[in-house]
Design a protein around this ligand. Structure first.
Ligand code: ADP
Ligand code: MG
Length: 238
């Protein structure tokens, strides 16, 4: 991002953001509610258009892409949300399979039958997140932490190169939060994913990423390796 700015009417949600994330880096976006974390992540996924400045993702300048090119680029980016966004009435396995929908050709509406190799991949991802035995349960029977692990498995169906996570543990209890954060990190390291994960809890952020980027009122006020960083140093961004 170079000089990235985003206005919503009078409000500057992001101002002059300059940020370069290297492949394979695990970066935490830290900031209070309203600091611009979601807006920044949405720009990376091409869901918002900047009011000023530039953004390139995986080597492509987003402003230069056609709709089709943008869709292709987005298929290389997984996104995990605070509220999981599963379909509660579908099975866990079906939810994971929806992660492959964008890549499937065929009718956009109506019943979809998934190729067998996709089912095998989905079960593999469920195994990876420790939920193979829940594959045929309804998604809404799972705990929050389990649902977020399903959402991670769903994101993996895209074989993403980049994983965006927007406060993935904000609605989880401390123990499930730890589990989910550890899982994201392990998977990222296994698969060489580039991760941008927003958080508002300093304690979770400190032990976790390679680097912390702090946002305040839409401005980057901290950008530093996590190693050796103290809580007091981070608290200064608030
Ligand atoms: P965070 O994720 O850190 O809580 P957001 O990126 O959601 O912050 O929001 C940053 C600021 O932009 C907030 O003041 C929010 O109200 C505002 N904002 C975000 N999206 C919109 C929108 N679509 N329309 C108007 N204001 C928005
Ligand atoms: Mg947000």
């Amino acid at each position: 991002m170079r000089g990235l700015g985003k206005r919503f009417g009078e409000l500057a949600a992001l101002s002059d953001v300059n940020l370069e994330v290297r492949r394979g880096e695990i970066v935490v976006l830290l900031g209070l509610s309203g600091s611009g974390k979601s807006t920044l992540l949405r720009h990376v996924d091409g869901l918002e258009q900047p009011s000023s400045g530039e953004i390139s993702v995986l080597g492509r300048d987003l402003a230069q892409l056609t709709g089709r090119e943008l869709r292709r680029l987005r298929s290389r980016i997984g996104f995990v949300f605070q509220q999981f966004e599963l379909v509660g009435s579908l099975s866990v396995l079906e939810n994971v399979l929806t992660g492959a929908l964008a890549a499937l050709r065929g009718p956009r509406l109506g019943l979809i039958s998934y190729p067998r190799e996709l089912k095998r991949a989905a079960l593999g991802h469920l195994d990876r997140v420790g939920l193979l035995n829940a594959a045929y349960q309804r998604a809404d029977t799972l705990s929050g932490g389990q649902q977020q692990r399903v959402a991670i498995a769903r994101a993996l169906m895209q074989n993403p190169e980049v994983l965006l996570a927007d406060e993935p543990v904000a609605s989880l209890d401390p123990e499930s939060s730890e589990q989910v954060m550890t899982l994201i990190r392990e998977i990222a390291l296994d698969q060489g994913l580039t991760v941008l994960c927003s958080l508002h809890q300093v304690d979770l952020a400190l032990g976790w990423g390679d680097r912390i980027v702090g946002l305040r009122h839409g401005e980057v006020v901290l950008d530093t390796p996590t190693d050796g960083l103290s809580k007091a140093q981070v608290m200064e961004i608030y």
